[in-house]
Design a protein around this ligand. Structure first.
Ligand SMILES: Nc1nc2c(ncn2[C@@H]2O[C@H](COP(=O)(O)OP(=O)(O)OP(=O)(O)O)[C@@H](O)[C@H]2O)c(=O)[nH]1
Ligand SMILES: [Mg+2]
Length: 461
């Protein structure tokens, strides 16, 4: 347990119905009571007067000036039955910048120290109340961008990932123990272990988790989708139609969009960042040329690309250039083709001459026909890309990285078994896998990684 007591504003900045100042540590109650006066008579309380997990009505009073700062509710949550497992005091005051700030200042004067970002959650982790994947899920709950992300974050908060990893972890620990014993006491009789079966068990547990983690990452961190095409095909109109407001400028002049315009939408629960780009064309205009360069960059860095064609005109050289770019640099699973302006008579050829089959959606940004189908297709392609039909597991990229390493090490161990590699060499892979699994649950994790994780939290969480 830590010896100092921390304090922070737990609610979001700005005005709200209530604001909460939170204290955690051995002196949380002492500091809280130093500035709290109970009831309408402003009676000073001793710690003996206070019951855990019970709301008290009263006021916060500045001990120096005796001025009443705000009318509040105070609750003490006695260790270990609290968020951090330490003594926690929460002061619920009127929401608004001034009361919460003043109360926080009084807490600091009463002996508490301002909390670092994520420090409450860090203490919950270090005191063993939650594991690391749960701590990261707290950040996921706080920063969830769609309702679906929030659902996933909450189930992760209940410790689903650690639970799912347990069979793999147990089998790895068992195998490691066996390998260590075999190395240390080569001549002794040690209980034998079916190593292959144990390794298979690990692989069978990790495989589906890695797959569902990829989908989870999609729901949590979202996907970037570039809208590309030659000038004037209706890229900006498409962005506006998908966003539902006039975000980008639309005119009948080719070359209207000069810079990348981005906007995030909720794509069936996936936070999707749409990039409207400048029409790709050969140009001598300096500004336009920079815009085209940015379009190419967006095209190459986005996970998904929507190529827009104008259905009311035959294919132009400009279209062919764009289609060639698509053909050369992206895997076919990441492209959706849009034939726009279906409210006009069709002049575009049926045969687009793409090297790979890609979904083609006909729509009109003017009438709105076909837009729903595009949204469905984009969602399906995005999920398909992460190649998992199972329920997504919410992970951070750090966790996904550790999962992948564990998975790779196990497959390398299985291959080594098949090749008849000696047992002591196998230990390297097994240890790597065990370590990687421990990085997710927080059993093996360096101080630097912890700092990195918790610094991403807001103060007060
Ligand atoms: N009839 C019809 N016109 C459309 C449709 N979508 C866009 N347009 C028109 O096509 C023209 C170009 O639209 P934009 O959205 O600016 O095209 P863009 O691809 O962003 O063009 P640049 O920014 O120049 O590359 C405008 O006059 C739009 O009104 C559609 O579905 N039907
Ligand atoms: Mg445009």
């Amino acid at each position: 347990m830590y010896l100092d007591t921390i304090a922070a504003i737990a609610t979001a900045p700005g005005e709200g119905g209530v604001g909460i100042v939170r204290l955690s540590g051995p002196d949380a109650l002492g500091a809280g009571l130093a500035i709290f006066r109970a009831g309408r008579t402003l009676r000073r309380l001793d710690s003996g007067d206070v019951e855990s997990h019970r709301m008290l009505y009263g006021s916060i009073v500045d001990p120096e000036s005796r001025a009443v700062v705000d009318e509040v509710l105070l609750v003490w949550m006695q260790s270990p039955r609290s968020y951090t497992r330490e003594d926690v005091v929460e002061i619920h005051c009127h929401g608004g910048h001034v009361p919460v700030r003043s109360i926080l200042n009084l807490c600091l004067k009463a002996g508490a120290r301002l909390a670092e970002p994520g420090e409450f959650t860090l203490r919950a982790f270090l005191n063993g109340r939650i594991d690391l994947s749960q701590a990261e899920a707290v950040a996921g709950v706080v920063t969830a961008q769609t309702g679906r992300s929030l659902d996933l974050a909450i189930s992760e908060l209940r410790g689903r990932m650690t639970e799912r990893l347990r069979p793999a972890r147990d089998a790895l620990v068992e195998t490691m123990a066996f390998l260590d014993a075999a190395a240390d006491f080569p001549d002794d009789e040690i209980p034998s272990l079916d190593i292959d079966a144990a390794l298979e068990r690990v692989a069978a547990t990790l495989g589906p988790i890695v797959a569902s983690a990829r989908t989870g990452l999609l729901y949590r961190e979202g996907i970037q989708i570039a809208i590309v095409g030659r000038p004037n095909v209706g890229k900006s109109s498409l962005l506006n139609a998908l966003v539902g407001q006039e975000r980008a400028i639309v005119t009948e002049i080719a070359g209207t969009t000069r810079d990348v315009v981005s906007e995030t939408i909720n794509l069936g629960g996936i936070p999707a960042t749409l990039l409207d780009t400048a029409g790709i064309t050969e140009t001598v205009d300096v500004v336009e040329a920079i815009g085209v360069e940015r379009s190419r960059h967006a095209l190459s860095t986005s996970a998904l690309v929507v190529v827009v064609l104008d259905g009311s005109e035959p294919l132009t050289d400009g279209d062919r250039q764009v289609l060639a770019l698509i053909d050369e640099r992206l895997d076919p699973g990441s492209v959706v083709c849009v034939v726009n302006k279906t409210d006009q008579p069709r002049s575009l050829e049926d045969e687009l001459g793409l090297a790979h089959a890609v979904p083609v959606i006909e729509l009109s940004t003017v009438s709105g026909a076909g837009l729903d189908q595009l949204v469905e297709t984009l969602h399906a392609v995005a999920v398909d890309q992460s190649d998992s039909a199972s329920r997504p597991a919410l992970v951070t990229s750090r966790q996904l990285d550790a999962l992948r390493r564990a998975d790779e090490s196990i497959h390398s161990a299985l291959a080594a078994r098949e090749a008849g590699v000696p047992l002591d060499l196998l230990a390297v892979d097994v240890r790597t896998a065990l370590y990687a699994v421990g990085e997710i649950t927080g059993e093996h994790v360096s101080e630097a990684v912890l700092d990195e994780i918790f610094s991403r939290f807001c103060i007060g969480k």
